[in-house]
Ligand binder design. Structure first.
Ligand SMILES: *Cc1c(COP(=O)(O)O)cnc(C)c1O
Length: 380
């Protein structure tokens, strides 16, 4: 069998030094040695989020910290606006409704760019909302939303409202300065750009969000930020996921050694190269506002996407994701986060061409290599 290649938009392949850290003996989470790792992580996370306010760590998947964001800042009966352009936008709606929060929807056709003037009109109708919730990148469609512009509109039209961003496939992928852009709650997860196994959630909390959290009436126990903040930055309230935190400190060391610019450039390069390679294979990119972190490749109508995806996985040992719901069978989603090597990308596109029985020009592979080499495999 050929080497396994993981090109999903999370979970992602892990750098060697992360694998090594994960193999270290367990540390107790109330020891000076562990404390040292945790405090380093807290202070480096602020640099990645570009905020001087706390970035909390809770042991959970990404959806867990989305829920944490909602239950800590809002109350039942509050009204919020959710921007819904795919599966993860729907998740904000489901979480908020689970707590009796009244949701107004701003629907964006899946894969289409958000129209700011339409959003402006919607906000003007709903100036009473307590928060606006959206994705920086909607992973289910590979679509980037204009985070800064959305935040500016909310500040102009609903200055009281919190800006709550699911940045799970954005933070660590591209420039998104939390403080400068006035984002109130920003959530991220370990198994995407942070190159770790699933299990850690990160939550950047602005001063305004902290104030809101003191008023919030949603029921909560595990998620309650007030206890996390009491211990911050010396400890987490419950047992820290000690192996994951040590691996996180390895990643944050790596980020600080190479610089975030290099990290962002890698993501951008893989995205641009994927768009180019797709078009060489006669395919189109699904989204009209494609993200640097994941590319959704649209498949020709005669191709059954799920069959192709399974063939890649079972016959070629390459994992990419398909589409969900209305996009089932219609797209393949290839991720650009984590320790994806040039070789992984080449193997994927070679096999995709074969699977689609698309003749490739003789220069295709040379040009593909050349483009990939333009960014650094900084995680090797
Ligand atoms: C991966 C992802 C999540 C979280 O998914 P989990 O499976 O709960 O970790 C949330 N939002 C977006 C945009 C994602 O890409």
């Amino acid at each position: 069998m050929q080497k396994y290649r993981l090109l999903a938009p999370g979970p992602v392949p892990l750098p060697k030094r992360v694998l090594k850290a994960l193999a270290e003996p367990a540390l107790h989470h109330r020891t000076p040695l562990f404390n040292h790792h945790l405090e380093f992580c807290f202070s480096e996370l602020q640099k990645v989020f570009q905020t001087s306010q706390p970035v909390l760590i809770q042991t959970a998947t990404g959806s867990g910290v989305m829920e944490s964001a909602v239950v800590n800042t809002l109350s039942p009966e509050d009204e919020v606006l959710c921007i819904v352009g795919g599966k993860f936008g729907e998740r904000w709606v489901q979480i908020a409704q689970s707590y009796g929060i009244k949701v107004h929807r701003f629907d964006v056709s899946w894969g289409e760019a958000l129209e700011l003037d339409q959003l402006e009109a919607k906000l003007k109708e709903q100036t009473q909302v307590k928060a606006v919730l959206f994705q920086a990148c909607e992973t289910s469609t590979g679509t980037l939303f204009p985070v800064q512009a959305i935040s500016q509109l909310v500040d102009q039209i609903c200055p009281e409202a919190l800006v709550i961003v699911d940045a799970i496939t954005a933070m660590g992928c591209f420039h998104m300065p939390m403080e400068e852009w006035n984002l109130d709650v920003v959530v991220a997860g370990s198994q995407k750009a942070f190159m770790l196994p699933t299990g850690l959630g990160f939550i950047g909390v602005s001063e305004k969000a902290l104030l809101a959290s003191r008023e919030s009436q949603c029921p909560k126990f595990y998620w309650d930020w007030s206890h996390e903040l009491k211990n911050y930055p010396q400890a987490t309230r419950f047992s820290s996921a000690n192996s994951l935190i040590r691996a996180l400190s390895e990643v944050l060391h790596l980020f600080s050694e190479v610089g975030m610019k290099t990290v962002y450039e890698r993501c951008q390069n893989l995205a641009e190269t994927s768009r180019w390679a797709a078009s060489e294979l006669g395919l189109e990119v699904f989204s009209s506002s494609p993200s640097p972190s994941v590319t959704a490749i649209q498949l020709p109508h005669e191709v059954e996407g799920e069959k192709l995806r399974l063939w890649l996985e079972e016959e070629r040992n390459v994992t990419v994701m398909g589409g969900q719901d209305q996009l089932k069978n219609r797209i393949l989603r290839v991720g650009h986060m984590g320790a994806i090597t040039n070789e992984d990308m080449k193997v994927f596109f070679q096999n995709l061409g074969e699977g689609l029985k698309k003749p490739r020009s003789s220069d295709f592979e040379d040009e593909l290599s050349k483009r990939l080499q333009a960014s650094e495999e900084f995680f090797l």
